[in-house]
Design a protein around this ligand. Structure first.
Ligand SMILES: [Cu+2]
Length: 134
């Protein structure tokens, strides 16, 4: 990224050629390791007079860049074991109640991938997204 900024700082002289060089440098950046922490937050709610629970991953969505490695630390604040799945990367973790787990994804590919709990997929969770974009 710093190479791109250096090229851009030369000004508008020869902008077309320089911008092409700058774009090339920007897209060929070295892969990095990105870290994200997701907290699984447990709440009690009442729906139509019926006590129920909800578990929300915060942040719900994760954004990362292609080619990078992503390390996600999952802090489970729920009194239940919770799952953390991303099918496209064969991630299917289970984090015990009040515990912390880690998943590692390498060579990220552009696209959007659902993040969900495989233990309670249809009831108490809101599905999130891993967005991989330049
Ligand atoms: Cu769950």
């Amino acid at each position: 990224m710093s190479g791109f900024m250096t090229v851009r700082s030369w000004g508008v002289v020869g902008c077309a050629a320089l911008c092409l060089v700058g774009t090339s440098l920007a897209t060929s950046r070295a892969a990095e390791t990105e870290r994200q922490t997701v907290r699984m937050v447990f709440t009690k709610a009442t729906v139509a007079g019926i006590p129920t629970i909800a578990v929300t991953n915060l942040p719900t969505d994760i954004i990362a860049r292609p080619g990078d490695t992503l390390i996600v630390t999952i802090v489970n604040q729920s009194p239940l074991a919770e799952g953390f799945s991303i099918d496209a990367y064969n991630v299917r973790a289970v984090v015990q109640p009040r515990a912390t787990g880690t998943v590692r994804l390498t060579a990220l590919r552009s696209g959007s991938y659902p993040i969900y709990c495989q233990l309670h997929p249809y009831s108490v969770h809101r599905v999130g997204t891993l967005l991989v974009a330049p």
